[in-house]
Design a protein. Sequence first.
Length: 358
Amino acid sequence: MTDPALKQACRFVLSRLPAPPVAETMAQLAAHPAAQDAVDEYGAGGAVAQLEAATAARLGKPCGRFFIKGVTAQLCVLQAYADQRGCRNVAIHPLSHMDVDEAGAVERVTGLHAIRLGRHSPFSLAALQAVTEPLAVVVVELPLRRAGFLLPPLDELRAMSAWCREQAIPLHFDGARLWEAAAGYGISEAELAALADSVYVSYYKGLGGLGGALVAGSADFIASLGVWKNRYGGNLVTAWPYAISALDGLDRLAPRMPVFVEKARALAAALNHLPQLRVHPQRPHTNAFQLWLPGQPQVLAARHRRMAEAGEWWLFDGFAEAPLDGYTMVEVQIGPGSDLWSVAQATEAVRQFVAEDR
């Protein structure tokens, strides 16, 4: 687990910055122009309405609905498509957030049947075409975090989109990091979102918001989510702090994603020259990638704590088993914290960490 106080005390943070103090966050919210608007009531009006309109426009979709929690948003999406199509089968990747991080909610909460496609990489059009059962929806996570923040090739994604439309099967993007994915592809968010019938985006990951998410799509589909949002307890009496922080992230950080992607690729290229570790993928698809480091997770975690206690570098938020025996996997996610360090500085810090006597 991350030690927030220790991370906050470090001069440089390789990946995600720690949350600022509560008083600082409240002052930022109060200073935002949306703070002058009315308070939303159960998501209607105020900053929430501003956020829904701004995000839908950015994604090139007619409509959007705010959710306080991404899991709730996506369960509502799956339920709505299942109702609409009279089918309980949903195509997902076994490494997707839906399957790995939600405690089996797809099947145990919704009663839907997950058809799992792919293994260690994003699934292909051929894998999709091989499915013989009817599908309520096809879900593609962009990027596929657990596989190393991987994106399917853009031509392949376009081909899957065209095939889904030919088959009249809805395509949904799990785009918690869609801002980063679009930058990785080198296209606009709207161009990417146009390939799907509906898109889910998160506001607290790359955009640094307090929380919350949005689903964008056609007006009829977004309207159909309302009853499911209520059933899943997703209607807060007011959500303006989340909405204002998300608007701020859209303004400040979303336009910087191409810069973060390029810095991630430059850092990965430099780290590829260190013989002790492996970079996956060697050229990051987005602003994030995995490192596979020699050693056991608990040993490296203790070493990392000692390094952080020196007050200079906080490199990694967690240590997990890698797919390679004798190695540990860590994630690198480049954001605004990278303004404070150069690629050369970060590479040297990682080199020193890996080279420490084991």
